[in-house]
Structures are given as C-alpha cells and as structure tokens.
Design a protein around this ligand. Structure first.
Ligand SMILES: [Zn+2]
Length: 229
C-alpha cells in the first residue's frame, strides 16, 4: 500500500478499472449487514403507520396506495422504488434526526483528506467492488469501516510500552494520569493494555500502544470502569 494525501473528494464508483482509494475516515457509524430497503427503514425507524406514509406521498403522487407502498418496500422483487422527491419529504418529516446526521456526515467528509490506495488486477477490483455493493454501503463507508476494524484488531498491544507512553502523554499535556500505573484495572484486575479473551470466547481489545501515546486513558476497555471518579 502506498500513502498519499489528497484534497479532493473520494471519486464515485464510475470507473471499474480505477484504483481503489479511500479517505481515511468519516464520521458515520456504518453497518455491513445486508442492504435495507430505504423506504422500509424510514417506516420502521419513524414508527409511523403505512397510512401516514401514503398520505405524505399522495401530496405529490395522488394515486400512490397501499399496494404500491408494499411493492416499493420490496424493490428487489418488484423492481419499483419510490420517487426521490417523496423520499426526501419522508426523510425530512419522519426522520429529521437521521437527516441531520446524514447532512453532518456529508459536510464533514470533505475535511477528511488523508487516504491510502493500492493497485489490484481488474478481476480482483471487480470482485471487491461486488462485495462492497452487496453490503449496501458506499465504497467510502465500506473501506473506512474495514480499515478501522483492522486498526482495532492489529495495533500493537504492549503493557510496558503503553503504560510508559501514557505517563509521558499526561506529563507532556499537563493532564492527570488516571490509568492505573501498572495497567491493571482497579475493578476487574485485567490488564487494560492487553487484549482479553472473555469467557464467551470474544476478544475484548485492550488499549493499544498508539492510543496510549496519543490519548488520555480514562477507563477500563474490558469492564468499562471509569478511572476518573
Ligand atoms: Zn476493568
């Protein structure tokens, strides 16, 4: 992988032979499960009855009815979806919080200027794009989530180094050192700078060396006990 910095936006997925590029992060919390029909999501998230949705759509499209609503919620089967003008009305009126969040992400995205890229064969690129498409996310959201997960999983953990770096960070920034000096949580007694395998077989990720050197540690990553109080 090569690294570079770009001032412009992430290019749209127009050219299948273009290199895969991603801006380092955005502010959205993305999901990587199967795509959810956007109309159904609005209905479920807002909790309103289908009749209320139909009434809003009928302002612009008077013949819209229950059957069409049902079909538009199953685009994969019927090949029809609600016109964008009405989708906008619904988003604005029924999920204003979601709309605000989306606008916030849109505005924030152009401020993320760092990116990584790599070259792939046409075939690999096409196959990868297909996986990203199936997730229902944009390439930007898909890759940035993947990279963040990767960081979380692979960043170096080392209690001795991390502990020393956290002490240095606090001193340099004139902050109180909340973390236990040896890295053992006061409550659960686990090592906060080390990964932990839970009884259920999950990995609870400890604080990485990088994080310890760049952020104030205020709580236990395993039992979530706050060191501040
Ligand atoms: Zn703990």
């Amino acid at each position: 992988m090569s690294e570079k910095r770009k001032g412009d936006r992430f290019p749209k997925d127009a050219d299948p032979h273009a290199e895969i590029t991603t801006i380092a992060s955005d502010l959205s919390i993305t999901q990587t499960t199967a795509p959810v029909n956007p109309l159904r999501r609005i209905r479920e998230e807002s909790g309103v009855a289908p009749a209320a949705i139909i009434a809003i759509v009928q302002r612009r499209h008077p013949k819209y009815d229950k059957t069409l609503q049902s079909k538009c919620e199953r685009t994969e089967l019927y090949g029809v979806q609600l016109a964008e003008d009405s989708m906008k009305d619904l988003r604005r009126e029924l999920t204003p919080e979601e709309e605000k969040k989306a606008a916030w992400v849109r505005q924030g995205r152009h401020r993320l200027t760092a990116s990584v890229s790599c070259r792939l064969s046409d075939e690999e690129c096409e196959r990868f794009r297909e996986i990203a498409r199936q997730s229902g996310n944009t390439m930007q959201a898909y890759l940035s989530t993947m990279i963040r997960d990767h960081l979380y999983e692979h960043e170096l953990r080392d209690p001795a180094k991390a502990s020393a770096l956290q002490a240095k960070y606090c001193k340099t920034n004139d902050l109180p050192h909340f973390a236990p000096s040896g890295g053992r949580c006061y409550r659960c007694h686990q090592q906060i700078y080390e990964n932990l395998k839970t009884a259920e077989g999950y990995i609870s990720h400890g604080i990485s060396v990088w994080e310890a050197g760049h952020r104030l540690v205020t709580g236990c990553p395993h039992c979530h006990y706050s060191f501040v109080e």
